[in-house]
Design a protein around this ligand. Structure first.
Ligand code: ADP
Ligand code: ADP
Length: 222
């Protein structure tokens, strides 16, 4: 089933910049897609349009609804956690906002934190967590609603290489277990090949899709 589709999508920003032109892209359920390309080729623009954060100038975008308590989970480059709330409360928040009872929200938030390797850190506040752990909380918060589509904008770009590599491994294991549908932006060829199962390559001036490649064999992992 198609979870998201873009047809002939063009985005021109208010200042006249033509960010992307004629983008066609269909994301199928269970896809793990990376948008790969140099800075400025329009990767974030495509992701933000899929999230509905910005509107296309022309073309069609459809994102299927029907997520359990949210259609889209979004992970920003900088984890945007509530500093005055514990990891548990941060992950419970989208469920509580969707009207879920406290006990059930807490049960699910604990399971989500456990799934990203943060069992035992439920009571920790963001200031006490490392950058990688904050990113894990952000991923747990995005996945706890069981969204139809998980979108991540250069999720690991701000992390050191070792932390980044651990997160890649753990996210891949989580995807293998849960098969959520995800699209993430990266300018790292390594990350695209290692983490995603489909690489959509973009080029700049104007931003456009130039290749759409399946990665069918998992990258060997130690
Ligand atoms: P990428 O994520 O691949 O680095 P972006 O989608 O951020 O690319 O940007 C694509 C182009 O659109 C770039 O030329 C960028 O400078 C421009 N751009 C991005 N956001 C805006 C904005 N809000 N207003 C004007 N131009 C923008
Ligand atoms: P490029 O954008 O030219 O593909 P990369 O960002 O992929 O460059 O690579 C820069 C360096 O960082 C390389 O040595 C690469 O092996 C390493 N690297 C890139 N991504 C990761 C990652 N996710 N985990 C560990 N190392 C990485």
């Amino acid at each position: 089933a198609t979870v998201a589709s873009l047809e002939g999508v063009t985005k021109r920003y208010a200042n006249g910049t033509l960010a992307v032109r004629g983008v066609d892209l269909a994301v199928q359920r269970g896809d793990f897609v990376s948008l790969l390309g140099p800075s400025g080729c329009g990767k974030s623009t495509v992701l933000r349009m899929m999230a509905g954060l910005i509107a296309p100038s022309s073309g069609r975008i459809e994102v299927a609804g029907g997520g359990e308590t949210g259609d889209i989970g979004f992970v920003f480059q900088e984890p945007t956690l509530m500093p005055w709330s514990s990891a548990l409360k941060n992950v419970m928040l989208p469920l509580r906002l969707a009207g879920m009872a406290r006990a059930e929200a807490e049960r699910r938030a604990r399971a989500a934190l456990d799934s990203v390797g943060l069992a035992g850190f439920e009571g920790s506040y963001p200031r006490a967590l490392s950058g990688g752990m904050k990113m894990r909380v952000s991923i747990a918060r995005a996945l706890v609603t069981k969204p139809r589509l998980l979108l991540m904008d250069e999720p690991f770009a701000a992390l050191d290489e070792i932390t980044r590599h651990k997160l890649n491994n753990d996210l891949l294991k989580l995807w293998e277990a849960e098969r959520f549908t995800a699209v993430f932006v990266t300018h790292s060829v390594f990350e695209s090949v290692y983490l995603s199962r489909r690489i959509v390559v973009m080029a700049a001036r104007p931003g456009r899709v130039v290749e759409d490649l399946a990665v069918d064999a998992p990258y060997p992992r130690g």
